[in-house]
Design a protein around this ligand. Structure first.
Ligand code: CMX
Length: 136
């Protein structure tokens, strides 16, 4: 599989608006986007630092994985995302190597990216997202 770089680093927060204000103070820039991702039950704020994005994630429902994460572990680093050229190939390859995939088939999010995840139990306690950016 061809890895193009780190796409983003995601941080789980319990109050997105407060976290946006804090990150604006740290990074000195406004988020480039604030969006709701119903497929993943999250609201996201995206900051861009060079080629890498920092995503702040707030769960939008009781059963959201991000809310469950915060209840269990508190706010903090939630996942790292690698940008890949072809997510289908990447998932096939990782599955063949024995990694536990969360979505066997990639999900299309906001019409602009295909995503899936490798379970943190498979890789030293870090949730790894794979992202293929869809060119329009
Ligand atoms: N990073 C590291 N460990 C994590 C984790 C994370 N983000 N989320 C859960 N875990 C740990 C739990 O603490 C737990 O560990 P222990 O067994 O040691 O207590 C273990 O993983 C639990 O695993 P599980 O029972 O299989 O499942 P959970 O219900 O806790 O869900 C996971 C974990 C990864 C399967 C779920 O969060 C998931 O499906 N994630 C992918 C989707 C997602 O995260 N969407 C939100 C972001 C979307 C976006 O960025 O667009």
């Amino acid at each position: 599989m061809k890895i193009l770089g780190i796409d983003h680093i995601a941080i789980a927060v319990s109050d997105l608006d407060k976290a946006i204000e804090n990150f604006k103070r740290i990074l000195g820039v406004d988020p480039i986007k604030i969006e709701e991702v119903p497929e993943e039950k999250v609201r996201i704020a995206i900051f861009k630092i060079g080629d890498v994005q920092i995503e702040l994630l707030q769960g939008t429902s009781e059963d959201s994985t991000v809310r469950k994460f915060i209840e269990k572990r508190g706010e903090g680093l939630h996942h790292i995302a690698l940008r890949v050229e072809n997510i289908g190939k990447a998932l096939e390859e990782l599955k063949a190597k024995g990694f536990q995939l969360i979505y066997e088939e990639p999900r299309i999010v906001a019409g602009e990216r295909k995503i899936s995840f490798v379970h943190p139990k498979s890789i030293h306690g870090v949730l790894l997202e794979l992202v293929e950016r869809i060119e329009h």
